[in-house]
Design a protein around this ligand. Structure first.
Ligand code: ZN
Length: 457
């Protein structure tokens, strides 16, 4: 008899607990969808400030603006965390054309890749060799590559339903293509944009020379998908056409910048720290609305919603707007380094850096127990259609915090349109939908609430 009573009590208390969580999540969603602030903040970041390349005036304006906004939320503490960042500048816009016969030219949309050296002098004009992978480049060797412009033209795989997988499958050409081509005496590199769509936008992005000698460094640019197809088709008709490109970019001295941090102190376990974040820097072609203005304003919104709903977190909750994810990850590294020096105990970190689209769920990089724990809450997210909980990569900025215990998580929005905009001129405010952005902020707040309430296993 006693046993039955206990079981009934357990079921009743569990049902009650579930109801409490359901109620709190409803409150969170209401606060996000009715008079939420994320969209207005993003409007300012995008339309009043614009692209926020590390070390730029706009990056500093974004730091000042987001700090002032967090100051106005009545948080326990808001501060700037200094970090030295690289300063790469694009200079005057790039220019390229292909020449099918002397004087017969067609302009091609390109943009310098972040970190590239310029084309010194008057630009580079040479024959083009098209390759589809770094392996193919190696097979061709110096004999075929020397004195030419290498054209990396492997598209993102259109059959990948998760477009981030398609991105990972192609992005080595952008990241390492120039360093590899330089070893075979190429004169420069042009890379098909990381874009699943056919259009005329070249997509920027980081590239790295690694530790190759100065003399082997060659300039690198992205070419739009339409431009890439046109060039490829023309090369098939006439392999001897010439390609001209001029880049005016350069790398200046490192400059001081900041991560922007806002915090609500935990009521009972203040030493356990939970982070929610995105990156404040962006590429310069568009205004960085999806990448990653969205993640920043959603993270700020998490703190605002917690306050607004009157929820008093047990643990310390921080919104961290990381600087320099795009071309260095210095902000993420500095944050983790200081957390370690100060012996801070981070138990959880959630990043939103996949665009401000309709949230579908979360990815988790954590122990099996903690992944199970998170999965047990998926049901609570079902009414909001955010219940795709998967194991996987969380986010670049929070990755330096990784250890055996921490739960790292990433917001997973629908990814189909992300690469239409990623790092390109059309990553702009009008492509972010207010409700989709707010739903993301509500989902993030809900996950933070649950991990705060129940802790980690
Ligand atoms: Zn990003």
């Amino acid at each position: 008899m006693k046993k039955i009573y206990l079981v009934v009590l357990l079921i009743v208390s569990q049902t009650f607990a579930q109801t409490e969580d359901e109620k709190q999540m409803r409150k969170i969603y209401d606060a996000a969808l009715d008079n939420g602030k994320a969209y207005d903040w993003l409007n300012y970041l995008s339309n009043q400030i614009g692209g926020r390349l590390s070390g730029s005036v706009q990056a500093q304006q974004a730091i000042d603006y987001t700090k002032a906004q967090m100051d106005s939320l009545g948080l326990d503490r808001v501060w700037l965390q200094p970090v030295m960042v690289p300063k790469w500048v694009r200079g005057t816009p790039e220019f390229a054309y292909m020449e099918t016969s002397p004087g017969n030219t067609t302009n091609i949309p390109i943009c310098a890749l972040g970190g590239s050296i310029p084309t010194y002098g008057r630009g580079i004009k040479a024959n083009v060799i098209e390759v589809h992978s770094i392996e193919e480049l190696k097979t061709l060797g110096k004999e075929k590559i020397s004195g030419k412009i290498v054209f990396f033209n492997r598209p993102m795989d259109p059959t990948s339903v998760n477009t981030f997988e398609a991105y990972s499958g192609a992005v080595d050409q952008r990241g390492k293509g120039a360093a590899e081509a330089g070893k075979y005496e190429a004169l420069g590199v042009i890379v098909r944009s990381m874009n699943l769509r056919q259009d005329d936008f070249p997509h920027a992005g980081g590239m790295n020379y690694g530790d190759i000698p100065e003399a082997e460094k060659v300039p690198a640019a992205a070419i739009s998908t339409n431009g890439a197809d046109l060039l490829s088709a023309t090369l098939k008709l006439n392999p001897n056409i010439q390609f001209f490109f001029k880049l005016n970019c350069k790398t200046l001295e490192d400059v001081e910048s900041y991560n922007v941090i806002g915090e609500i102190k935990g009521s009972s376990n203040p030493d356990e720290i939970m982070v929610v974040g995105g990156h404040l820097d962006s590429w310069d072609l568009g205004d960085g609305s999806h990448d990653d203005g969205a993640g920043c304003v959603q993270s700020m919104e998490v703190l605002r919603i917690l306050k607004k709903t009157g929820y008093k977190p047990k643990r310390t909750i921080r919104a961290v707007l990381f600087m320099n994810e795009e071309n260095g990850l210095r902000g993420g590294r500095k944050y983790a380094e200081l957390a370690k020096t100060k012996n801070e105990n981070h138990i959880f970190a959630l990043e939103s850096d996949s665009g401000g689209f309709t949230p579908r769920g979360f990815s988790f990089d954590a122990s099996e127990e903690n992944i199970k724990q998170a999965e047990s809450w998926a049901k609570l997210f079902e009414p909001y259609y955010v219940h795709m909980f998967v194991k996987g990569f969380s986010g670049a900025d929070i990755s330096p915090l990784k250890n055996d215990k921490i739960v790292l998580a990433g917001l997973r929005p629908d990814s189909q349109r992300y690469f239409d905009h990623h790092h390109a001129e059309n990553d702009t405010f009008e492509h972010v939908n207010r409700r989709e952005l707010e739903l993301g902020a509500a989902a993030m707040t809900s996950l933070v609430y649950l991990f705060d309430k129940y802790g980690i296993q």
